[in-house]
Design a protein around this ligand. Structure first.
Ligand code: AMP
Length: 239
């Protein structure tokens, strides 16, 4: 707890002179990438770019991309690289990405990683990658217990991080919802896709350096403090 306060202070001071740059949060479904990305957003004021969230927004709006992605996502498979890259391309050009951004759930294949590396080659700050690790059984518990607030997007878990009032968001009071793909059956397919296609991406960034792995089976604030310290340390060697 104390270390997060210290890091949070450093983060706030850093807001004026510390550019976090592009940050990748890697890890299997349910490790807490979204939760941790939101902690970093609060600290550094840079956006979270979640390809999963962007795809779900497209599905909800019924765009052509959403229509192409809906069934694939429901099965727990990966949406084709070309579609996700086009979506990422647009998002990365928005002006709020200037001081950096947190990519959550992208890249998920070696093809997407090659595309991103090519795009980032011209940037002044190289990417830093943090992989969050949690055991399989713990992931299953997290996925099947996960509930989100449809208004403020706060993520809860009925087992490990429940709301104060069952089924209701602490902040908004809105009824919590479960993602359609947060079932045991779809989780197993998402894990298969992760092991086959995304685990090699983690190895790719490990081999490039500016990479660290953090233990995700700890309180949220403790993990956030580790990630902040890790990014600051990895950035020291960047410039
Ligand atoms: P997430 O919210 O990150 O767990 O993503 C939910 C689903 O969206 C995944 O199971 C995939 O079907 C799809 N998806 C999200 N990001 C990507 C990506 N980078 N590449 C391919 N499919 C993705």
């Amino acid at each position: 707890m104390a270390s997060l306060t210290i890091s949070a202070e450093r983060g706030r001071v850093a807001e004026t002179d510390f550019a976090p740059g592009p940050i990748l949060l890697l890890g299997a479904p349910g490790v807490g990438k979204g939760t941790q990305a939101k902690e970093l957003v609060k600290l550094w004021g840079i956006p979270q770019i979640s390809t999963g969230d962007l795809l779900r927004a497209n599905v909800a709006q019924g765009t052509p991309l959403g229509k192409a992605a809906k069934e694939i996502m429901a099965r727990g498979e990966l949406v084709p690289d070309s579609l996700v890259e086009e979506m990422a391309e647009q998002r990365l050009h928005e002006p709020d990405t200037e001081k950096g951004y947190i990519l959550d759930g992208f890249p998920r294949t070696l093809g997407q990683a090659a595309w991103l590396d090519g795009k980032l080659a011209a940037e002044s700050l190289p990417v830093v990658a943090v992989s969050i690790h949690v055991d399989y059984n713990q992931l299953l518990r997290r996925i099947t217990g996960r509930q989100n607030c449809p208004v403020c997007q706060t993520i809860y878990n009925v087992f490990v991080n429940p709301p104060r009032r069952e089924g209701l968001c602490d902040v908004e009071g809105a009824g919590l919802v479960q993602r359609a793909d947060d079932t045991e059956e779809v989780f197993k397919e998402r894990m298969r896709a992760y092991e086959a296609l995304t685990a090699p991406v983690v190895e790719h960034y490990r081999s490039l350096g500016r990479f660290a792995e953090v233990d995700g089976d700890r309180p949220i604030a403790e993990i956030a403090a580790s990630i902040v310290a890790t990014v600051e340390r990895l950035r020291e060697g960047s410039s």
